[in-house]
Design a protein around this ligand. Structure first.
Ligand code: ZN
Ligand code: ZN
Length: 164
């Protein structure tokens, strides 16, 4: 996703685009398999560019507890500052310096960063998800299984024979 800055006046410009996940060069790419809506507001002032990026999509995650697939809304926003030319403003790590000859700004690395930074560490289909039974593997959201808490240790079962 590149924005042409060659003939831009000092002004506010907005862009809307629908992207696929090809800009995500990372294993988490597979979770973002729906069209990704992008909204960009670019504010140019001389050699400075303030770019506000928003992305919005549906992600397909796998629940950590019950292993079911579920879709979730994914939204992220980020502001990125650019300056054309190598200047004394250095030292400010937040501003990306572009060469004097730059004709476009490639947003792909920032888009990928946004997905990485906002990607959930835990994927839970529902706060109340009961997960899988550790014994029989049944999905407890669908049906309770028969190996509930009151199972008796087989060794006690043996002992019981003697107590009559
Ligand atoms: Zn679940
Ligand atoms: Zn069970």
């Amino acid at each position: 996703m590149k924005v042409n800055i060659q003939s831009l006046e000092d002004d506010l410009v907005e862009y809307d685009a629908e992207l696929d996940n090809s800009f995500i060069d990372h294993e988490i790419k597979r979770f973002y398999d729906h069209p990704i809506k992008m909204h960009v507001v670019l504010d140019k002032f001389g050699k400075d560019y303030r770019v506000d990026i928003e992305i919005d999509t549906l992600a397909t995650y796998t629940c950590d507890r019950c292993l079911a697939e579920f879709t979730n809304h994914f939204k992220a926003q980020q502001r990125q500052l650019f300056h054309v030319g190598y200047q004394e403003i250095a030292d400010n790590e937040d501003i990306i310096l572009l060469p004097e000859s730059a004709t476009e700004i490639d947003l792909s690395p920032y888009l990928m960063e946004m997905v990485l930074l906002n990607h959930p560490i835990k994927m839970i289909c529902n706060e109340d998800c009961k997960g899988l039974c550790a014994k029989c593997g049944a999905n407890l959201n669908i049906e309770p299984c028969h190996c509930s808490g009151d199972t008796i240790d087989p060794r006690w079962e043996e002992l019981r024979k003697f107590i009559k």
